[in-house]
Design a protein around this ligand. Structure first.
Ligand SMILES: Nc1ncnc2c1ncn2[C@@H]1O[C@H](COP(=O)(O)OP(=O)(O)OP(=O)(O)O)[C@@H](O)[C@H]1O
Ligand SMILES: C[C@H](N)[C@H](N)CCCCCC(=O)O
Ligand SMILES: [Mg+2]
Length: 234
């Protein structure tokens, strides 16, 4: 069996891609769907007890995956410095190779999982070289995309810019998630309505700020159900 993969992008770094991805993985598990989460390119990492460079996003995705896989399969390109990853890669003369990304995807799709969640880094137009973006690889791979909007002041501009570029890419967009980062934001309900009117894809779920356990469980199931329906239509 070959898994269905999809790519999680966000309106910016810290939009909540990992937060939403771990909810999605929990939701898949509660629906009885085996899923793995991967972070192909990670910048910002520490040496663990085994002497291995590890990134906290990749570790969270590993912990919430339904299939246990070695760290290097989930995060082949890992850099210590918390920066735009192509700078860290250039400093070490280790290119962010699209061939490595494609090989990782293939391997994960043959891991026995039904769904492979691939988290990006930063926003949609993350540079991976002088003239390529991670978005170009996603487009070349024909990966469906899920957009996480970090709902805070400034998100309208970030979301619409991202949407325009996603549309231009021709990528299939599964939908978007409203991830509330500033619950005290003025006109929060109006911002959500405005995003809903401007984004041409379905709102799959709204993730509250610091959701309670029961809120997490509910949103995880809703999100996972909607995503699985798009990826594995019956
Ligand atoms: N709904 C939320 N409620 C409370 N905290 C949140 C929420 N969403 C995200 N956060 C927190 O905000 C921070 C940034 O979120 P997260 O790490 O998921 O962003 P990201 O988009 O994955 O960033 P990166 O580009 O580094 O991968 C984290 O500390 C996370 O726990
Ligand atoms: C280090 C950080 N947490 C992310 N993983 C990488 C963010 C890269 C942003 C690049 C940019 O768009 O300027
Ligand atoms: Mg992340």
């Amino acid at each position: 069996m070959r898994a269905n993969s999809f790519f999680v992008t966000g309106t910016d770094t810290d939009a909540g891609k990992t937060f939403v991805s771990t909810l999605l993985l929990q939701g898949f598990q509660s629906l009885g769907i085996s899923a793995v989460g991967a972070k192909p390119i990670a910048a910002g990492a520490e040496i663990n007890e085994a002497g291995q460079l590890v990134n906290s996003d990749a570790l969270l995705l590993q912990r919430h995956s339904g299939i246990a896989l070695p760290y290097s399969q989930l995060n082949p390109l890992c850099f210590a410095k918390a920066c735009a990853p192509h700078f860290a890669a250039a400093e070490l003369q280790q290119p962010l190779s699209e061939a490595v990304l494609s090989a990782q995807r293939q391997q994960l799709e043959q891991s026995g999982a039904e769904i492979v969640l691939i988290e990006g880094a930063g926003g949609w137009l993350l540079p991976i070289s002088a003239d390529r973006y991670l978005a170009d690889w996603v487009q070349a791979e024909n990966l469906p995309v899920l957009l996480v909007v970090g709902v805070k002041l400034g998100c309208l501009n970030h979301a619409v810019l991202t949407a325009r570029e996603l549309t231009r890419s021709g990528c299939q967009v599964i939908g978007w998630v409203a991830n509330i980062l500033q619950p005290e934001m003025l006109f929060l309900a109006q911002n959500l309505a405005d995003l809903t009117a401007r984004l041409p894809w379905p709102l799959l779920a709204t993730v509250p700020f610091q959701p309670s356990v029961s809120e997490q469980q509910a949103v995880a199931r809703t999100l996972a159900h909607a995503t699985a329906q798009q990826l594995m239509p019956t």
